[in-house]
Design a protein around this ligand. Sequence first.
Ligand code: SF4
Length: 227
Amino acid sequence: MALVACQAIEHSPTVELFQQRILMYWQVHGRHDLPWRNTTDPWQLLIAEILLRKTTAIQAVEVYRVLGCMSPSEIAALDLQTLQAILRPLGLHEVRAIQISEIAHAIANLSAPPYASDDFLRSLKGIGQYISNSIRSCAFDHRAPALDTNMIRVLSRVFGLVSQRSRAREDKELWKIAGQLMPEHHAKEYNWGILDFAASVCTPKKPKCTQCPLSDICLYYKQNQPA
Ligand code: SF4
């Protein structure tokens, strides 16, 4: 990875501006209407993240309304066919049903699931660093980046970060830098702000640079200005 000014990156004025503007973007333009964005319940957030994998938010909403209000014990009591039927509109329903059922059984057996623990979350079937970080940032304000392709794109463009790994999401150095770039607080608003900003402004193709609140601090924008 080209470690752009990585020394003390978290204290640079550019980073502070970046954090402030992403948080402002979230306040003004963020998708506050999505139901899992109005909860800090780690179980509900876990269900939402499983539903959102390879699915659009719009598709996931209806299924979330059914499963998001069920406890781990209630879901564990469902047979797999019933769970699959609920999940069918999202696709991957057989895989998702097995995953949710196994996780529900594991959690239903615990009197106080340690949701704030990264190790615990990642011990659950199919839960990796991204989902663990999403849950802990939303439920506990942990400074844990939800580093997906969207966040990678924004950080790469603004700060000029370039991973040497073919799969940037597996680059531990990138995860570390993404964590350093996060503000001390408001972790969920920051993660969601970047997600929404990446979807609407800093899009994969034809980013809306001339309307972008980050253009004055964005390396990609500076490098792509006409001479
Ligand atoms: S200026 Fe363009 S490339 Fe840079 S963050 Fe904004 S939209 Fe993305």
